[in-house]
Structure formats: structure tokens, C-alpha cells
Write a protein that binds this ligand. Sequence first.
Ligand code: 16G
Length: 196
Amino acid sequence: MGAITTPWGMDPNESLYQASLLTKLNFARSPAKFNPPITAVNPGETWMVVRPLQRGDYDKGFLQLLGQLTSVGNCTRKQFDERFTFMKDAGGYFVTVIEDTRSQKIIGSATLTVEQKFIHNCGLRGSLEDVVVDDTYRGKQLGKLIVVTVSLLAVVLGCYKVSLNCKDTLVAYYKTLGYVLEPGNSNCMNMRFDSS
Ligand code: 16G
């Protein structure tokens, strides 16, 4: 049987990256404390799944969820598909989501990007980006789960470090998950070009 396709000819179950990578994460390695203990493979509820972004997530509220973090703008299905294809072909984009399989809605997301370097023996530097959890799912450790998942993914992929930018109010939170403000080396500077 061939892959299920949509009216626009794409497989909604196509993953951005290999899902089996998420079975290789060693949660014991993270300083984050989970109570009760949960992992990407066993997220604590039978109706919850942690997985790579899929093409069909356009229809599962993924962009609306990102809208809880910042401005998303108007991203059409065509633009979403093209961006998904570009990211997959380029490699280095590990957009990871949590789905509530009861409602088929994306309720959490975080992205690891992996940058190829010449420094550090042609090393790989990870960046943690676009972390967001649906406000209505507070108290289920989902923020911690998605951040630790992509941080451990950086370890599995061989990154020498993983960095993030965040609001001042979130510094203490990220510290509990293993991120540190390196003395003399923790400024984030931006040059903004437009308001989109
Ligand atoms: C936060 C995010 C960053 C995101 C930015 C969007 C984390 C750890 N950081 O800094 O990834 O790109 O917000 O804000 O999730 P902006 O729309 O002002 O660029």
C-alpha cells in the first residue's frame, strides 16, 4: 500500500527528521528533575506523543501554537510545505513537537538547529529555539520535557554546546534544566530589520 496522501499530494505523516533519534536520549544525563519521572518515549500520559514535526502538523494547530510565542504572520500551506521541504533537504533542523492525540493538536514545540562549524574540529553547535507550550496544558512538565528532549538530542547528534536566548524572567528556569550564564560571555544582541 502506498503512503497516504492529502488532496495537495503530500504525505501528512512525513517527519522532518528520523523519529528513532528520540529513542536514543539519555534522560538520566539531564540535571532536570522530573516528578513523576517522564521521558520523550514515556511522556506520562497515553494520549501524549513526542515526535518530530510532520507535514500534517499544519492542520494540527502548530502555527497557532507558535503564535503563543511570537508573531507568526500568514503562512499558507504552500509556504509551510516549501519551508518543511527546504529544512528537511538542508538538514540540521530538528523541530520537535508534543501532540495531544485525543484532539490531534500540537500542544508543545521546541526546535534544535545544528550549525556546521570549522572551529572545534569542524564541530557542531546547537541552538535551542522557539520553545512554546500551550497555556492550557500547564502543570504537566511539558516545557521541561520538550526542552530536555531537544537538549539531549544535541548530545546524540554530537554538538559541542547548545545555546539559547530568552527573556530575563526565564533565566532561572533554564538554569534548572542545565543552561548556564557563562561569566563574561552571556550577552544576547539583536539587530532588528522589520516588524514581521
Ligand atoms: C525567544 C525564543 C527564540 C525565539 C524568540 C522569538 C527560546 C529559548 N527562545 O527568545 O527562539 O526565536 O523568542 O522572539 O525559545 P522574536 O519574535 O522577538 O524574535
